[in-house]
Write a protein that binds this ligand. Structure first.
Ligand SMILES: C[S@@+](CC[C@H](N)C(=O)[O-])C[C@H]1O[C@@H](n2cnc3c(N)ncnc32)[C@H](O)[C@@H]1O
Length: 236
């Protein structure tokens, strides 16, 4: 029960209203970049991994897709479910709790999309709270992304697409190679220069140590970072 003086955080996007529950990430620049580059085709089966407040899932449902949205944080699952209902999309968005592809075993989709946690996290600095789940991507930032890529061929229909966001310092070339290695044809479908994330300043030395493609300046504080939207397409 929310008492009258606790307040409710609300986010409005494309005419849809999202309540943001305690511990669930407020949509950020990366979320909007992600939503802008989702090519949504009516009738398609869409899987969103790590839905948070359910922004992309609701956008996809409103575009006529049938969506399964997952998150490993129970508060996010409840929040996304509530937001689907708030926006009249409960019949087209099914929200499931669980880790990566575990809640969709045996299912295939036309589009798998994710704006996953991908902040490189120094060894021993990971935590198990919902805020950490939204940001931390393992030591090199690739932990969840690698699993999303590895599992995609099994869960994509022929011709299906995997779409994900990527901080440039994780490596554009690495992303292309990882997609090719699992048989998905890679392509960058969106890019934007964004403010350098605040959490990144706290772990800048660590991020520099995993920036193998030399994206960040070696000295000084970066003010911006490029962010990509990457697609891997399964052959027909
Ligand atoms: C960066 S937030 C993005 C949230 C939302 N999709 C957006 O774009 O605003 C990443 C989300 O992934 C979820 N997450 C983290 N690890 C996960 C995992 N192993 N499986 C599924 N979801 C996960 C987090 O709880 C969080 O809601």
């Amino acid at each position: 029960m929310v008492s009258a003086d606790e307040g409710v955080l609300v986010y409005v996007y494309r005419g849809a209203l999202f309540k943001i529950a305690e511990g669930v990430q407020v949509p950020k620049a990366g979320s909007l970049l992600f939503c802008r580059h989702l090519e949504l085709r009516p009738g398609e089966r869409v899987l969103e991994l790590g839905t948070g407040a359910g922004l992309a899932a609701v956008v996809a449902a409103r575009a006529g897709c049938r969506v399964v949205a997952t998150d490993v944080v129970p508060e996010a699952v409840a929040c996304a479910r509530e937001n689907a209902a708030l926006n009249g999309a409960a019949d087209r968005v099914e929200v499931r709790l669980g880790d990566c592809y575990e809640p969709v075993a045996g299912m295939t989709f036309d589009l798998i999309c994710t704006n996953p946690p991908q902040m490189p996290t120094p060894p021993g600095r990971d935590r198990s709270d919902p805020v950490a789940a939204a940001d931390n991507g393992g030591v090199d930032g690739w932990e969840i992304l690698d699993r999303a890529i590895q599992g995609a061929p099994r869960h994509l229909a022929p011709g299906g697409r995997l779409v994900f966001t990527l901080f440039a310092f994780l490596g554009q070339k690495a992303a292309m190679a990882k997609l090719e290695a699992v048989g998905l044809a890679p392509r960058v479908i969106g890019r934007e220069v964004q403010a350098f994330p605040r959490i990144g300043y706290e772990r800048l030395d660590h991020i520099r140590s995993v920036d193998t493609e030399g994206v960040l300046p070696r000295t000084g504080l970066p003010r911006t970072v490029e962010r990509f939207v990457v697609q891997g397409t399964k052959p027909r």
